[in-house]
Design a protein around this ligand. Structure first.
Ligand code: KIV
Ligand code: ZN
Length: 394
């Protein structure tokens, strides 16, 4: 089976989006967790952007020994020099340099001709490669770049020494089929792309970040650039936890593996939430509060009989302590009985019916029934039995 390298860009693309900036100490904490998670590459920052960013990159490079650490630079000498400076202490440094390649970006943003773009890539990738053993080149806005020109871009970057070529869907515009087709075209052009790893980097503007990452793998990409909780520019990047679990759950069909330890995913998500103060939506896949919560009676009953009925992955597998059976107006008697047993009661059939009636009434008024509510109901209902037993004995 092929291995897909996981390139985490939480500390760069994620961190540069509104509300997610991190201090150097916070970057170190997050980087350690990413290392425990088993990602292959940690993109640590964009050193030319600020003194703090440079310091963050330096600190992550000092701290992390088992992952490659990348730093970002535009295809300019001063940027590349700043990134090289940041990467100095890294055990496994990677210089990541990028230039936009779509006509839209070249014309309006950069005022460059296609020829000037190719020249900037050749000279700067070569310069980067002379100073760093591993160079990645990203063709920003690749998914909106004319494919014949994109092939020339890739040729220029590979000839100059880049061994990882990233073809981002920078604005989240691609649809899966065309994104996969782009990778196939480039791989065909490279005649199999031996010695070169193609990478995907998908933004979520149309909610297709994960689907496009999957399509890229199916098209031949063997590195995916992702972020924890899907944070990143605008609508964010493809969420790391969703993509790696997808590749694992559907491994038999997709035929690829990753080096990620899935049971560290929840901790990584929680740590990021703690650091940034930005919670994930309750219905967020894999790490949301409802991802392993069940309220509907039919679902609760199924889960109690066999979890596979309504869960395609166990909570423990991704590091979630345990599934929750939520007592609400949709829950059933079976889940209520289990909840009562868990808090120390063994209700008779009549008591269970009475508890169920009271729980349903309470749930109709308030959204959920807490453990404290359940304890109060159980106490009232069971105390009645204890009282009657005592009277009968007298
Ligand atoms: O979205 C993008 O194109 C990027 C590149 C710098 C890789 O973040
Ligand atoms: Zn990006």
């Amino acid at each position: 089976m092929d291995n897909v390298q996981i390139f985490d860009t939480t500390l760069r693309d994620g961190e540069q989006s509104p509300g997610f900036s991190m201090t150097v100490a916070e970057k170190i904490r997050m980087a350690r967790q990413l290392e425990s998670l088993g990602v292959d590459v940690i993109e640590s920052g964009f050193p030319i952007a600020s003194a703090g960013d440079l310091e963050g990159v330096r600190a992550v490079c000092r701290e992390i020994r088992s992952c490659t650490v990348a730093a970002l630079a535009r295809t300019r000498r001063d940027d590349i020099d700043a990134a090289l400076e940041g990467l100095k202490g890294a055990a496994r440094p990677r210089l990541h340099t990028f230039l936009a390649t779509s006509d839209l970006h070249l014309h309006y943003k950069l005022h460059l001709t296609r020829e000037e773009c190719l020249e900037a890539i050749s000279s700067n990738v070569r310069y980067a490669r002379e100073h760093c053993a591993e160079v990645e080149f990203s063709a920003e806005d690749a998914s909106r770049t004319d494919i014949d020109f994109l092939n020339k871009v890739v040729d220029a970057a590979v000839r100059a020494g880049a061994t990882i070529i990233n073809l981002p869907d920078t604005v989240g515009y691609a649809v899966p089929e065309e994104y996969a087709a782009m990778f196939r075209r480039v791989i065909k052009h490279l005649n199999g792309a031996k010695g070169v790893t193609l990478s995907a980097h998908c933004h979520d503007d149309l909610g297709l970040g994960v689907a496009n990452s999957l399509a890229a793998v199916q098209g031949g990409a063997r590195q995916l650039e992702l972020t924890i909780n899907g944070i990143g520019e605008r609508a964010g990047n493809a969420a790391l936890e969703e993509v790696v679990v997808l590749l694992s759950v559907r491994q038999a069909t997709l035929g690829v593996t990753t080096n990620v330890h899935l049971n560290q995913l929840f901790a990584a998500s929680r740590l990021l939430t703690e650091i940034t103060g930005a919670p994930v939506a309750p219905n967020k896949a894999i790490v949301g509060a409802n991802a392993f919560a069940h309220e509907a009676g039919i679902h609760q009953d199924g889960i109690l009989k066999n979890p596979l009925t309504y869960e395609i992955i166990s909570p423990e597998a991704v590091g979630v302590p345990k599934r929750s059976m939520v007592l609400g107006k949709h829950s059933g008697r079976n889940a209520l009985r289990v909840a009562l047993v868990e808090i120390g009661y063994a209700p008779t059939r009549e008591e269970l019916d009475e508890c169920y009636r009271r729980v349903s009434a309470l749930a109709d008024e308030s959204k959920n029934v807490s453990t404290r509510d359940l304890l109060a109901i159980a106490h009232q209902v069971m105390r009645k039995r204890a009282g009657e037993t005592a009277v009968a004995a007298e």
